[in-house]
Ligand binder design. Structure first.
Ligand SMILES: Nc1ncnc2c1ncn2[C@@H]1O[C@H](COP(=O)(O)OP(=O)(O)OP(=O)(O)O)[C@@H](O)[C@H]1O
Ligand SMILES: [Mg+2]
Length: 246
């Protein structure tokens, strides 16, 4: 069992206000995102969708504090995190955010439990607690018999469930998942989404970038980006009501 309580919903509230991001370009500047405002509902999975070049990665990087906006703010639980210096943003990413990537990004020479324990080590969790919590997280996702396997001995779906366990290692408020089902067949993809669903049910905010239309009815809301602008916020079949105004 994790010893800490799940993140309280108010601590997990991620709010973007009037985000704008431009990149320098020889022919002027590229406006990758403009006028983006949204409060991501805690306890839900929100998908960011849109054509190639519409600004999805730019937006995810700004929300996750991997990059800073040209103007506008990102707040987590009321605190403006987008204006923090890089070392403070790195702390926020380590302790308050979890990340799941399309290509898993597991450390090849560490086995499954060591991968899950890795971010706990960076957060100064003691060795015995690291191992116990990592094993508990793996068990939760049906991977207790894979705990001592290296990533290359695991299927894609298993690797991605290890990634979700790792994303939960430091009990994050928000999980960012960039195309988490991009390399998976639909059955493995559904299992990974179910794992993210469990994380959301604990009050966390889950934000997913995807091209995968099969996922539309598995998430709670969809933000549609086009040319760097939030065009539409659409509830899915899971939600009768709109999930929030832009
Ligand atoms: N580092 C950069 N320098 C210059 N322009 C960039 C940079 N990163 C992104 N862009 C431009 O910003 C716009 C948005 O790009 P972004 O990568 O956010 O789109 P995306 O929706 O993630 O696309 P894809 O679905 O192909 O991943 C595009 O016009 C892109 O060319
Ligand atoms: Mg992208």
């Amino acid at each position: 069992m994790l010893e800490r309580m799940p993140a309280a919903p108010t601590d997990a509230l991620l709010t973007a206000s009037n985000l704008r991001k431009t990149y320098p370009d020889p022919g002027g500047e590229v406006v990758a995102l403009q006028g983006f405002s949204y409060t991501f509902p805690a306890g839900q999975i929100t998908a960011i969708m849109g054509p190639s070049g519409s600004g999805k990665t730019t937006l995810l990087n700004l929300l996750a504090g991997l990059d800073t906006p040209t103007s506008g703010t990102v707040r987590l639980g009321g605190e403006v995190i987008s204006a923090l210096p890089e070392n403070a943003r790195a702390e926020v990413r380590l302790r308050r955010f979890g990340f799941v990537f399309q290509s898993y990004n597991l450390v090849a020479v560490l086995n499954a439990w060591q991968n899950v324990a890795f971010p706990m080590g960076l957060a100064d969790v003691g060795a015995a607690e690291r191992k116990a919590r990592a094993l508990a997280l793996l068990k939760r996702f049906g991977l207790e018999r894979r705990a001592h396997h290296l990533p290359h001995k695991l299927s894609g779906g298993e690797r991605q469930r290890v990634s979700v366990a790792r994303a939960l290692a430091n009990d994050p408020a928000v999980i960012f998942a960039d195309e988490p089902t991009g390399n998976l067949d639909s059955k493995s993809g559904r299992v990974v989404i179910a794992a993210l669903r469990e994380a959301a049910q604990e009050g966390r905010t889950v934000i997913l970038v995807t091209h995968d239309l099969r996922l539309v009815d598995e998430v709670d809301g969809v933000l549609e980006l086009a040319d760097g602008v939030l065009e539409r916020v659409r509830p899915t079949k899971r939600r009768a009501q709109p999930v929030g105004a832009p």
